[in-house]
Design a protein around this ligand. Structure first.
Ligand code: ANZ
Ligand code: ZN
Length: 781
């Protein structure tokens, strides 16, 4: 009898797997490809924390499960290492980002390997590597050529602490960001309406600045319609739908001012028109500020002359940039009217007005979107330099990329920078290694202090020209990384961003596993970029990941595990003490994959005892022939685990193993077939232990290359589970139901609610349910 020594076993198998290239996919030859993708991390610290370990293990389990279903699984990993996340951390610890990334990625790799994840380490992506960002710059150029990248002066978010502009998607409520301005002690102290920088928690300012944008608004409707064609977590779909914010309304003319309204039915109550105020328009501002312009326009319906005001709550960027003020039906307008003593016209909305406004020719129907163009330039150092060159000589002659190649461009484009040259064949534009990389907050990035970088030759006339000194945002890097993985290492990798044939074979991604916090950031941007590449005929699919699973976030001491909360737990110490398999099992057993599981040390100890018992089972003498009882237990476990893993219910799958262990432990002898089946079932969760016992049982070949065991329906019949029904924790009813139904909450709820005993207790009061699959349902009134 040998005792369980995870350190020894785990290292041994990790070395063997690497040597045998167990997780290196046959990219060119795969028959049944399965692209199992997990959102790559940004190294904004020295290493992984338990939250990463939780999410990546969830993805790894599914990959292993699919491999055991005869799929050629490709499971890559990489680093979203360019951008503000890593750079802010580097600045904080006083290290150059280049050095930090080199060190941190090495550590991440070591940690991922020690977790036992089945990554294909021959195809990794690091977004700050030249051979990657060259293609991020290439992407920018494609956008530019398609008329989808443009520079314009606009009122934008400026973070005074990060000293850069931010996209609208990077401004969060303090609760969502988990951070808030320092002057407030607690989250509860922060006044409502405040939005903060997603990175640092400070309140951004509004500034008029010239910036680069991607024209994502052109794709608003497609991004919306596409949502009905993909299988994504409901909360992500809802978040995207709201963010796109399609609104049906009308544009109505008040003489020469056109307003956008979603309430044409209130036209009779419009007692003023408002346009944006001067300078800073800030809709997050709580107090309404305005100024009368001295001008009057006619309300087309009432014929009355009404005043035109400037108001700080009107945005130049939304709708037509002007509103009709209806104090009787809109709270903002009411507040404004009271403050400035403007008429308030009480009236009943009249739905027939939509038609009337159209027939009278006062306005027309219009669809409006909340989505704004994607602001991608950053006044920072750590990112791909935006590959543009400005040549004054050419511009003065009226020559530019635009005038020479205008055939390719959108006809309605008006705001081209006249001298925007793109040196596509000269890519990459290498980010120079500089020591003064800290942002200064001047509105320009650190590269603007480096003439040796920005002074260059015009690729067209050969004269003096200057480069763009802003870099692109980190979300541009990650908007296409899933396209690169499969092509890494191919002979064509330095000639094209992704190989068309390989891409056709492997993409779209089969299962995308990641955090819901990226709902309107990365998950929107990567859909947009894919649609653009589809239109440019570079890929043959519009949705990058038709299936997305949103995992939950790990909680520690009552708060989301994050560096800013100071409640980080590193997986390393647990792996050293208990082994990766215990950690993996514990992480997956903490709670549902899409919930907010609570990390506790005591749970880890319990799981370690369990795994040692499992180990003990394999130290016994085995028998030749499976008994009927063994067969029923094994079959039931296979059935439960298969169904649970399919639906990412890893915690209940582990419960099934635990019950199985309990049932088997009491049997005097166990057949080798029983133990082999159990090893297969353990393989996705505890890959090292499973491999060890599999080989000890005398099998050749890795357990991870075996087929997942099948279950026999006929052996399940008659297998019952007892479900307890409680109201406020008190037992009220008990059912015997078929085991297959025992995890079906909807079915059990209906059954329970049909019982008179339960009904009498509940009456018609409101309740919430606690459901323990296979065991109990508790109605809490
Ligand atoms: C009259 C009215 C009456 C409105 C009423 C609302 C309620 P959502 O639903 O968010 O899309 N609006 C239009 N353009 C604006 C701009 N540039 N800046 C600020 N506000 C603007 O909002 C549509 C409504 O927001 C529009 O309908 C308009 O006010 C306002 F009882 O028009 B409404
Ligand atoms: Zn910031």
């Amino acid at each position: 009898m040998t005792s369980y020594n995870p350190t020894e076993i785990e290292k041994k198998w990790q070395v063997k797997w690497e040597k045998d290239k167990l997780y290196v996919s046959d990219i060119a030859g795969a028959k049944q490809p399965f692209y199992n993708l997990w959102m790559f991390p940004y190294p904004s610290a020295e290493g992984l924390h338990a939250g990463h370990a939780f999410a990546s293990t969830g993805s790894d389990i599914y990959g292993r499960f699919m491999r055991m279903h005869d799929k050629e699984v490709f499971q890559p990993i990489g680093y979203d290492s360019f951008g503000i996340h890593s750079e802010n951390f580097a600045i904080k610890i006083g290290d150059h980002p280049l050095k930090l990334i080199e060190r941190a990625t090495k550590n991440y790799e070591k940690q991922f390997k020690s977790m036992g994840h089945g990554y294909d380490w021959t195809r990794t992506v690091t977004t700050s590597d030249i051979d990657y960002y060259k293609w991020t710059q290439w992407l920018f150029v494609q956008m530019f050529k398609a008329g989808l990248a443009y520079k314009k002066k606009a009122s934008v978010n400026w973070c005074p602490s990060c000293k850069t502009v931010l996209a609208d998607e990077q401004i969060f409520t303090p609760a969502a960001a988990g951070k808030w301005p320092k002057q407030y002690q607690k989250l509860e102290d922060v006044p409502p309406g405040i939005k903060v920088c997603e990175r640092c928690g400070n309140e951004p300012e509004r500034k008029e600045l010239e910036q680069w944008f991607f024209r994502i608004t052109d794709y608003a409707n497609r991004l919306l319609e596409g949502l009905s064609k993909i299988d994504w977590s409901e909360r992500v779909v809802t978040a995207q739908r709201n963010w796109i914010g399609r609104k049906e309304g009308m544009r109505i003319k008040f003489d020469d001012i056109e307003v956008f309204t979603t309430r044409p039915d209130t036209l009779a109550g419009a007692t003023f028109v408002a346009v944006p105020g001067d300078g800073q328009n800030d809709q997050t501002d709580k107090t309404k500020v305005g100024e009368f312009t001295g001008k009057y326009v006619t309300n087309p319906l009432t014929g009355k002359k009404i005043p035109v005001w400037k108001a700080n709550y009107v945005s130049a960027e939304y709708g037509s940039g002007a509103i009709m003020g209806v104090p009787a039906h809109d709270t903002h307008d009411m507040e404004f009217a009271i403050k400035y003593d403007i008429d308030i016209e009480e009236m009943k909305p009249d739905a027939s007005l939509w038609q009337k406004i159209e027939t009278e020719g006062w306005g027309k129907r219009a669809t409006n979107y909340h989505l704004r163009d994607w602001l991608i330039s950053r006044q920072r150092y750590w990112g791909p330099p935006i590959p543009m060159i400005y040549c004054l000589t050419c511009a003065q002659k009226g020559d530019s990329w635009l005038s020479i190649n205008s055939a390719n461009l959108r006809k309605d484009q008006t705001n081209w920078d006249p001298a925007g040259w793109y040196p596509e064949e000269n890519l990459p534009i290498v980010l120079p290694e500089i020591t003064d990389y800290k942002p200064e907050g001047t509105g320009k990035g650190p590269l603007a202090n480096h003439p040796e970088f920005y002074q260059t030759k015009c690729p067209y006339c050969g004269g003096q020209a200057i480069r763009e000194t802003d870099v692109s945002d980190t979300f541009v890097d990650s908007s296409w990384y899933f396209l690169r993985y499969c092509s890494v290492g191919l002979s064509t990798a330095d000639k094209q961003p992704f190989d068309p044939e390989i891409t056709r074979k492997w993409l779209p991604v089969s299962l995308y596993f990641g955090g819901a916090e990226h709902a309107v950031l990365h998950l929107m941007y990567c859909r947009f970029v894919t649609m653009v590449l589809f239109d440019l005929q570079m890929v043959d699919f519009e949705e990058p990941a038709p299936r997305f699973y949103a995992h939950g976030l790990v909680i520690k001491d009552g708060a989301k595990m994050s560096k800013s909360r100071g409640n980080i737990v590193s997986p390393d110490e647990y792996i050293a003490k208990f082994g990766a398999d215990t950690l993996r099992l514990y992480l997956m057993f903490m709670g549902p994959m899409d919930g907010s599981p609570d990390f506790r040390d005591s749970g880890m100890e319990g799981m370690h005892r369990f795994i040692k018992k499992l180990w003990g089972l394999y130290q016994r003498q085995t028998s030749q022939k499976q008994t009927n009882e063994e067969r029923v237990i094994t079959n039931r476990t296979v059935h439960r685990m298969t169904e649970d893993i399919k639906h990412f219910k890893y915690n209940t799958a582990i419960s099934a193993v635990m019950e199985c262990l309990n049932d088997l432990r009491h049997l005097p002898v166990l057949a080798s077939d029983t133990l082999s089946a159990l090893a297969l079932l353990l393989a996705p969760f505890a890959p090292h232990l499973a491999e060890e016992v599999w080989s000890k049982l005398g099998h050749s070949g890795s357990v991870h290359l075996q087929s997942w065991p099948k279950y026999d329906e006929s052996l399940l019949i008659g297998d019952k589970a007892t479900i307890i029904v409680q109201v406020n924790g008190k037992l009220r009813e008990r059912f015997e139901i078929e085991i297959e139904k025992a995890t079906d909450q909807v079915y059990i709820e209906q059954l329970a609610l049909a019982s008179a005993k339960v009904k009498n207790q509940l009456k018609s009061s409101k309740y919430r349910e606690i459901f323990v699959p296979g065991k109990l349902i508790n109605f809490v009134v």
